[in-house]
Each structure stands twice: as structure tokens, then as C-alpha cells.
Design a protein around this ligand. Structure first.
Ligand SMILES: NC(=O)c1ccc[n+]([C@@H]2O[C@H](COP(=O)([O-])OP(=O)(O)OC[C@H]3O[C@@H](n4cnc5c(N)ncnc54)[C@H](O)[C@@H]3O)[C@@H](O)[C@H]2O)c1
Length: 404
């Protein structure tokens, strides 16, 4: 019989009620309360469990019992810490809750309030010091969710401490730093994955598979646009001002949005970029000192040409693409996919991407397998971005081999 001292109001007094309850419902106490399952109240009544307090320790304990009830051993579950408890970290923590093969044991932020409120909401210990989190033996892997200029050093420190790493995009602000991160992970024998969440959107996986299966023949041209108006200084913006600081965030259009966009092109085609020619412009006061719009033309190893046009100062937004092959064509706008002009159903939504990504990370760490969005694979995207930046500065095509 599992004892459940954290289960207040368990009228059976020996934990038996909870055993039934946790076996049937969700992995954490928070989800127990916030679950959209229509029958939670009924289940609670049925199992005799009155109230489960949702403090950190208790929610972790409940999770352990849940794994046990499913016949899972703790080494089937990756214990992670999240570094940086800002906007995207909360999406990571929600996705951790959605997956059985991963659990949150720690959160670290230099801002104590953010660390503590995230830990109170999602579970785990709160830290304000990176070294302390990295010394925590319970933490097997970390998610680096901090501003861009911190990624490289935090990844190197985490792998040196023996942790696997999932680092948010952009992998880093320079290819030199990407190489430093890959080498550190190789030396420590740890997994390095980058948060290329768009690779985990069901529609993107379908497009990649259809191209690989030759559904539209040999791809000749791929044209993609991403336009939006991105102003973190606007009142009410959920983004912080560091995104406009060149030293911290890098050129915003290239290093905030670009990592998703440049990455997906060579990933779809499974063919690296060999040459890039880009032009960029500095259009507004908001982005004074940096270019806010770029268009890049890339030649891939398989001969295909891709064109990416991006802007962060366009009030009407667009996020779409056209792919033209020898036997057909595809169009994607948002999540709507057309193949040869006909709508194709997609099994799953873009909103599933984060959860899919987190599951892949945990699986790879537990099985010692290289993730699809590995540091090595994403390093290529960062080389293409750096080449695009130089190309626009020099007004000349740049070979990616220069970054090898
Ligand atoms: N995958 C996506 O679609 C997506 C979306 C948004 C952001 N991101 C990426 O996620 C990362 C974080 O972005 P965000 O919008 O969540 O930023 P944010 O500013 O909301 O959060 C960053 C957090 O890091 C903390 N921090 C700052 N310095 C720190 C340090 N030295 N150690 C620990 N914590 C520190 C801050 O206090 C803050 O809470 C960036 O790399 C960003 O590009 C990805």
C-alpha cells in the first residue's frame, strides 16, 4: 500500500484512495486541479480523496507515485532543471507536465520571484544561482531558456557539470560559440539539442516526409516569407527589452526569428545550403543600428534554390511558403497545407510542437540517441544565418564552406 502523507482529506487514512486516483488521472497535482477532464470532481468523490495540496514537494511526490502506478521505473523518467523562468520557460514547463518521460525537479532564474513562482506553480526547487542548480545531483538535464548571449557559456557549464542540454533557439550568436558548445557536449558525452520547435510541428513533419517520398518530384524552388511587427517596447508586450539589445539578442530579425526560418529550409529538403546571397535594410527608428528586414537567396547541395524574406517591422503579418517540384507543388499558410492546389489534412496542430520536442529530448537523453535537432544539425542553420549577415554587409554571395 502506498502511503500518501501529502494527501489531505484522504478519508481512507491509509493512502489507498490516492493510489486509485493517481493511477487514473494526471501526472501532477496542478493538473489534477486544472485538468479539463470533465469528471475530475466525480473521480475525487469516487476515490474518497478530498484535497491534495499543490506545493512543490507534494506535486513531485504525486508524480512519482503516478509513474510507479504505470509500472515505470524512475530511470524511465528524465529529471530536469529549467534555467531562466521567463516566457518560453513556462511553455517548456507546461510541456514537461504533458509528458510521462520527463519531470521538473528544479528552476533557476537570477530573478528570485520568477524562480519561486515558477517552482510553486510547476514543481521543483527554486534556485537563483547557476552553480547551485548544476551541483544538484538530482538534475540530469537542463533546459536553457535565457537571453541569447548567455546560451553558449551556460551550455558549456551545464555539460561540464555532467548534464544533458536542451537550449532554446538561437543555439548561439556565433558559429564559433556553436562549435564550443558541440565540443563541450562531445567531451562530456552528453546530448545537445536545440529548441527548433518548428521541426516538431506535425504539418512540417508531413511536408518533409512528402518531399522525401517524392510526392512533388525534385524540388526546384522553395519560397518562404515571415513578416510581423515585433516591438517589445510596446506597452503590454510579453517580450522583454533585451530583444532589441544587439549585444544580448543579436540582430533581431536574424537571431530571434531567423533561427526557425533558416533551419526549416535545409531540414525540409534534407540538403545543406552551399551559398547564400542576402540583402538587408535598416528601415525604422525602433531598430536603429540593426537591419530589420532581410531577403536571402540560397543554393542547396541538391541544386534547389530557396528564398527567405523576413521583416520585423511589417504591420500586416505573413507566414507562408511555396514549394515547386518537377511533379507538383505545395503551399503552406499557417497550418493550411495545399498539395497541387488540394487541401491535405494534417494530423495534429502546431501547438503540439513544444510537447513533441520535449518528449524527443527526454527520449534521446534516456536512450543515448542523437536528437533530430542536434547541436551539430542546427550549427549548419547558424552558419547560414552568419553567412547571410556577412553577405548583406559585403553585398556579395558567401559560401557556407567558409564556416566549416
Ligand atoms: N521557440 C520559440 O518559439 C521561442 C519563443 C520565445 C522565446 N524563445 C527563446 O527562448 C529564450 C528566452 O526567451 P524569453 O522570451 O522566454 O525571454 P524572457 O526574457 O521572458 O526570459 C528570460 C529569463 O531569463 C532570466 N535570466 C536572465 N539572465 C539570467 C541568468 N544569467 N541566469 C538565469 N536566468 C537568467 C530572466 O530573468 C528571465 O526570467 C530566447 O532564446 C528566445 O529566443 C523561443
Amino acid at each position: 500500500m502506498i502511503k500518501a502523507p501529502f494527501c489531505l482529506g484522504d478519508r481512507s487514512n491509509d493512502g489507498s484512495a490516492l493510489e486509485i486516483c493517481h493511477a487514473k488521472i494526471m501526472p501532477t497535482a496542478r493538473q489534477l486541479f486544472k485538468s479539463r477532464l470533465p469528471n475530475v470532481a466525480e473521480l475525487l468523490r469516487m476515490t474518497n480523496v478530498g484535497v491534495i495540496k499543490s506545493s512543490t514537494k507534494e506535486s513531485v511526490s504525486l508524480r512519482l507515485l503516478y509513474f510507479k502506478s504505470k509500472g515505470m521505473k524512475m530511470n524511465d523518467v528524465l529529471s530536469v532543471g529549467v534555467i531562466g523562468a521567463g516566457g518560453i520557460a513556462r511553455s517548456h514547463m507546461r510541456a514537461i507536465e504533458q509528458n510521462d518521460n520527463i519531470r521538473l525537479v528544479a528552476v533557476m532564474d537570477v530573478d528570485a520571484d520568477r524562480a519561486e513562482s515558477a517552482a510553486a506553480e510547476y514543481g521543483g526547487k527554486a534556485y537563483t544561482n547557476l552553480e547551485a542548480l548544476l551541483e544538484d545531483a538530482e538534475v540530469e538535464a537542463v533546459h536553457v531558456c535565457t537571453p541569447h548571449s548567455l546560451h553558449a557559456d551556460q551550455v558549456v557549464a551545464a555539460t561540464a557539470a555532467g548534464k544533458h542540454v536542451l537550449v532554446e533557439k538561437p543555439m548561439a550568436l556565433t558559429v564559433v560559440d556553436c562549435d564550443r558548445m558541440i565540443e563541450a557536449c562531445d567531451q562530456a558525452g552528453k546530448i545537445l539539442m536545440v529548441g527548433q520547435v518548428m521541426r516538431y510541428y506535425p504539418v512540417n513533419r508531413l511536408i518533409r516526409q512528402m518531399i522525401a517520398d517524392g510526392e512533388i518530384g525534385e524540388v526546384g524552388h522553395l519560397m518562404r516569407r515571415r513578416y510581423s511587427y515585433f516591438n517589445p517596447t510596446q506597452p503590454g508586450s510579453r517580450y522583454r527589452h533585451w530583444y532589441l539589445d544587439l549585444e544580448v539578442g543579436g540582430i533581431c530579425v536574424l537571431y530571434c526569428f531567423g533561427p526557425h526560418e533558416y533551419d526549416i529550409l535545409h531540414w525540409y529538403l534534407d540538403s545543406p545550403v552551399q551559398q547564400v546571397y542576402a540583402q538587408g535594410t535598416e528601415s525604422t527608428e525602433l531598430y536603429e543600428g540593426q537591419k530589420d528586414s532581410y531577403t536571402a537567396v540560397m543554393t542547396h547541395a541538391n541544386g534547389a534554390v530557396s528564398v527567405l524574406s523576413q521583416s520585423v517591422v511589417c504591420h500586416a503579418s505573413a507566414h507562408d511558403q511555396y514549394i515547386v517540384g518537377s511533379k507538383g507543388s505545395m503551399m503552406l499558410a499557417g497550418q493550411k497545407l495545399l498539395v497541387n492546389g488540394e487541401a491535405v489534412p494534417v494530423n495534429g496542430a502546431n501547438g503540439d510542437g513544444m510537447s513533441n520536442q520535449i518528449r524527443e529530448f527526454a527520449t534521446c537523453c534516456l536512450e543515448g540517441r542523437e536528437p533530430d535537432a542536434s547541436g551539430r544539425s542546427v550549427r549548419h542553420s547558424m552558419a547560414v544565418i552568419e553567412a547571410a549577415k556577412h553577405s548583406a554587409e559585403w553585398n556579395a554571395p558567401v559560401q557556407i564552406s567558409e564556416f566549416e
